[in-house]
Design a protein around this ligand. Structure first.
Ligand code: SF4
Length: 169
């Protein structure tokens, strides 16, 4: 029997983890841009210090080609910044074992699994996931394209809006 909503169980699992909302989206709505890596290189202290960050992460051109080889993706919104990568990775794993063999997850922020990144071959490749921005995705435009409101924050202590992305098939 074909389920009416094949992604309901993943959405429910994410909501149970504290996600605020989940959307199934078209990969064409995901924006990639050359300036994103510039912002990493000239503005982020993690640049070059982590295998999930530029220049080790895929370039925006590589990411675009990857995105364009998918037909369906899942985008989720949460205030729990530290847990986005784990949430995306665990959901992608569930999908993989359900038969979505192409599934890949993007996280949020630099990889924090090791105290210091080896920079020479990841020691935890199954769990380490690059963020959308590390791969050249324009997160602001992508989430706006999908009906979310996202603005820059003047106050870093404010409750932040964070997003995770999973390319499904
Ligand atoms: S898991 Fe460790 S080695 Fe791999 S990217 Fe993350 S910090 Fe680096």
């Amino acid at each position: 029997m074909i389920s009416a909503d094949p992604f309901k169980k993943y959405a429910e699992a994410l909501l149970e983890k504290g996600v605020l909302s989940v959307k199934i989206i078209e990969p064409q709505t995901i924006e990639t841009a050359p300036w994103v890596a510039f912002k990493c290189q000239f503005g982020c202290p993690h640049y070059g210090k982590n295998l999930c960050c530029p220049p080790h992460a895929p370039t925006y051109e590589q990411t675009r080609k990857i995105i364009d080889s998918y037909q369906t993706a899942l985008l989720f919104h949460t205030h729990e910044r530290q847990r986005v990568t784990e949430m995306a990775e665990e959901t992608a794993k569930l999908m993989f074992f359900d038969g979505y063999y192409k599934v890949i997850a993007f996280g949020s922020g630099p990889c924090t699994l090791c105290k210091e990144c080896t920079l020479q071959g990841c020691i935890n490749p199954a769990k380490a996931k690059p963020s959308m921005e590390a791969c050249g995705i324009d997160v602001f435009q992508t989430v706006r394209n999908n009906g979310y409101e996202l603005n820059t924050l003047a106050d870093r202590q404010s409750q932040s809006d964070n997003f995770g992305l999973i390319l499904i098939y």
